[in-house]
Design a binder for this molecule. Structure first.
Ligand code: AOF
Ligand code: ZN
Length: 375
């Protein structure tokens, strides 16, 4: 396990499913695809339900334009890169486009990127991974080829597939990508019942907050609110795009959390929702999400569909233990970030039914604990 220094850049890469290939360590096409991935990283947490596709245009070994898709309805990454080239007084004719995802060939909210690329005189398109959207799915590659454009597929393909995994899941299942994050003691416990949970040490604050910035919704259970009284805000230091929305969702099926809880306070761009199964007394400024009951709480699957309908592509679940176990037991979690202190939390150990197929994906140490990502 490496002693990673969790700077904001490293934290952002890990929170978005990296570490991603370092452009400087790559050669030829892979180098520029790594640059396109770096562009794509700028769109995480902003583009959902669309994929944050990154694109760079290269001519005579030099990047003449770059772009990323940052909002459904706005131009795609390829068009942003072409516009960037134009703004820099560069001519894309004769250039190669490196795109993390197959260019689209359909009229959606915007026009087809295949047309934009062909019209601009791009002669070669290097693609990371195919777009599984049935309206594209190889069609973009075929159209480009039929225009006489050279097409290369699968450059840094694994990294690009991994980068776009949340979008792939959304296309295939209609569900958002779910990340679970928990801070545990060395004894595998969250702490004694009813007592404040572990405080995230300063060394890992960046990663904890990058996970929020990479998501469009944060979900917690009632006990977390009652014990910690958190505000659950996105406090990542980089500036927020004006259109970013970060939904704070509290599972409070019977509406028992008092109106004085800090989480109900208004925060610009960070609406708060209460997931309920009944009709509790309404709270000012809080929207109720009515969900079917399941077990002693709400249907978590329905919650995810509701969030997807709101345009949420990535969901972060931050506990507590019952909610985490519920999501895991139903196979609804895609990745698990485990922050483990070297000290015991002195509570009952948490039973976490991790899927048998999961493997340790990446890990790091800080002076008083370790971080692991499982998927
Ligand atoms: C690309 N480049 O940057 C993105 C693509 O409704 P629209 O027009 O925004 O189209 C959304 C679909 O386009 C989306 O489901 C996915 O298949 C593809 N996304 N394609 O060429 C991009 N974001
Ligand atoms: Zn497109």
């Amino acid at each position: 396990m490496s002693d990673l220094e969790l700077t904001p850049d490293v934290a952002w890469a890990l929170a978005t499913g990296g570490p991603w290939p370092e452009p400087a360590a790559q050669e030829g096409d892979a180098h520029f695809m790594a640059m396109a991935l770096q562009e794509g990283l700028k769109g995480v947490g902003l583009a959902s339900p669309n994929p944050p596709v990154g694109c760079v245009l290269v001519k005579a070994g030099r990047i003449i334009g770059s772009g990323v898709h940052t909002r459904a309805g706005d131009p795609h990454g390829e068009v942003m890169a072409l516009r960037d080239a134009e703004a820099r007084d560069e001519d894309p004719a004769g250039s190669t486009a490196y795109v993390t995802l197959e260019p689209c060939c359909h009229h959606g909210r915007t026009g087809p990127c295949t047309v934009a690329l062909a019209q601009s005189g791009v002669v070669r398109v290097v693609v990371g991974v195919r777009d599984p959207n049935p309206r594209v799915d190889g069609g973009g590659l075929a159209i480009l080829r039929s225009q006489g454009i050279a097409v290369e597929e699968g450059v840094l393909g694994e990294a690009c597939a991994r980068f776009h995994a949340p979008f792939f899941k959304h296309i295939r299942t209609g569900l958002p990508w779910v990340t679970l994050k928990l801070a545990l003691g060395s004894d595998g416990s969250l702490g004694p019942p009813g007592r404040t949970t572990l405080v995230t040490p300063p060394e890992v604050q960046h990663l904890a907050h990058a996970l929020r910035r990479a998501s469009e919704a944060l979900v917690v259970g009632r006990h977390t609110i009652e014990v910690d009284d958190p505000q659950l805000t996105d406090r990542w230091p980089a500036p927020t795009a004006p259109h970013r929305s970060f939904a704070r969702v509290v599972m409070d099926e019977a509406g028992r959390i008092p109106p004085t809880a800090r989480v109900w306070g208004p925060v610009a761009g960070q609406p708060v929702f209460r997931a309920v199964t009944s009709d509790p007394v309404p709270l000012r400024g809080v929207a109720d999400l009515h969900l079917p009951p399941e077990g002693r709480g709400c249907s978590l699957r329905h919650l995810l569909y509701e969030l997807a309908a709101m345009g949420v592509g990535r969901v972060l679940v931050e506990g507590g233990g019952t909610l985490a176990a519920g999501f895991l037991a139903q196979g609804l979690v895609d990745e698990f970030h485990r922050f483990q202190s070297d000290l015991p939390a002195l509570g009952p150990p948490l039973e976490l039914p991790l899927p048998a197929a999961w493997r340790l994906d990446s890990a790091a140490r800080w002076p008083t604990g370790r971080w692991e990502a499982w998927r």
